[in-house]
Design a protein around this ligand. Structure first.
Ligand SMILES: C[S@@+](CC[C@H](N)C(=O)[O-])C[C@H]1O[C@@H](n2cnc3c(N)ncnc32)[C@H](O)[C@@H]1O
Length: 193
């Protein structure tokens, strides 16, 4: 991928700074079952992906920053260097898809969510974890990232929910904890996509 990317710059220190703040409830929130196929979109260094290794070995990270992926490879995690807006996978490939702290960084959020939905298997779930823009501290972080020219665009959780109304059978749950929002989207077996 060409062009300047903040994440290629901060990859050497990313786990040192954020590694201690891993939410161990993510595996339960994703309702992850043994031997399921997981895709972590914008998974970076695999900070969160690694939590799923106790349940399945079929884990894959898709991320646009090659230096972040090198850190994941050092943890023996499988990686694909790709943009979330154009995922290089066939439709309905993964049982679970997660995206943690990355949706506000991507260039096209609706296209990213559409792609995650496309590659999600019927009966599968995708979990989007984002800082909750209703929280005052998150508003300050959003301002800080703007000052650092990080191209971030934070959404309110209710906006993400609206963007995930993929078809009539789509089931969406939301959870809020410690300034974060989890949007859990289930693809029914009867889904059209
Ligand atoms: C804050 S990091 C989060 C990494 C990881 N999910 C975690 O929680 O540790 C955001 C990640 O999103 C990736 N990213 C940003 N835009 C992307 C895009 N359009 N496609 C794929 N990955 C992207 C960045 O390279 C970075 O690794």
């Amino acid at each position: 991928m060409s062009g300047f990317d903040h994440f290629n710059l901060i990859s050497p220190i990313y786990d040192l700074v954020f590694g201690r703040h891993v939410d161990h409830t993510m595996v339960a929130k994703a309702d992850f079952q043994p031997n399921q196929k997981l895709l972590d979109v914008g998974g970076g260094t695999g900070r969160v992906t690694a939590l799923f290794a106790e349940v399945s070995s079929d884990l894959l990270i898709a991320d646009s920053a090659i230096s972040m992926l090198r850190k994941a490879q050092e943890k023996s995690l499988r990686t694909v260097n790709s943009q979330s807006e154009k995922l290089p996978f066939a439709a309905q490939t993964f049982d679970r898809i997660i995206m943690v702290d990355a949706l506000h960084h991507v260039a096209d959020q609706q296209e990213t969510l559409n792609e995650m939905w496309r590659v999600l298997a019927k009966g599968g779930k995708m979990v989007v974890e984002e800082p909750d823009k209703n929280n005052f501290i998150v508003k300050l972080i959003a301002l800080g990232e703007k000052i650092l020219l990080m191209r971030s665009h934070f959404l309110f959780p209710e906006e993400i929910v609206r963007m995930c109304q993929f078809d009539k059978s789509t089931k969406i749950e939301t959870h809020f904890e410690r300034g974060n929002a989890w949007i859990i989207i289930a693809k029914e077996n009867s889904s059209e996509g």
